[in-house]
Design a protein around this ligand. Sequence first.
Ligand code: AMP
Length: 113
Amino acid sequence: MSETIFSKIIDRDIPADIVFEDDLCLAFRDVNPQAPTHILIIPKKPIAKLGEADDDDQALLGHLLLKTREIANDLGLGDAYRVVINNGENAGQTVFHLHLHLLAGRPFSWPPG
Ligand code: AMP
C-alpha cells in the first residue's frame, strides 16, 4: 500500500491530536470535524480499506471496534455516538488507510447522506 497522510501520522512525520495509541492502533481527532467530537481510529497495519481486509485481520478488526468503545467511554460520550467506515471513493472514502470515524455531540439523522 502506498504511503498516506495517516501512515505519516503513525510515523510522526506530520502532527495529529492523538487521543489513544497502542501496538495495533492509533486514534486522533479529525482535522475537519463533522461533529463536536470526531475521532479517527486506524490500524497501524496498512490496510487500504475494509474491503481489502482479509480473514487474518479478524482479531485486528475486533480490536479496532473494542478500542472505539473504550475511547467513547473514556471521552464520556455516553451511549449516543456513531461509528462510520467509508469504503471506497463512491462511499466517501478520501484517505486510503482503513479508519473508523467516531462521531458524537450532536443528533444524527438516518439514513446518512
Ligand atoms: P474518509 O473521507 O472516510 O476517507 O475520511 C478521511 C478523514 O480524514 C476526513 O474526515 C478528513 O477530515 C480526515 N483527515 C484528513 N487529513 C487529516 C489529518 N492530517 N489529520 C486528521 N484528520 C485528517
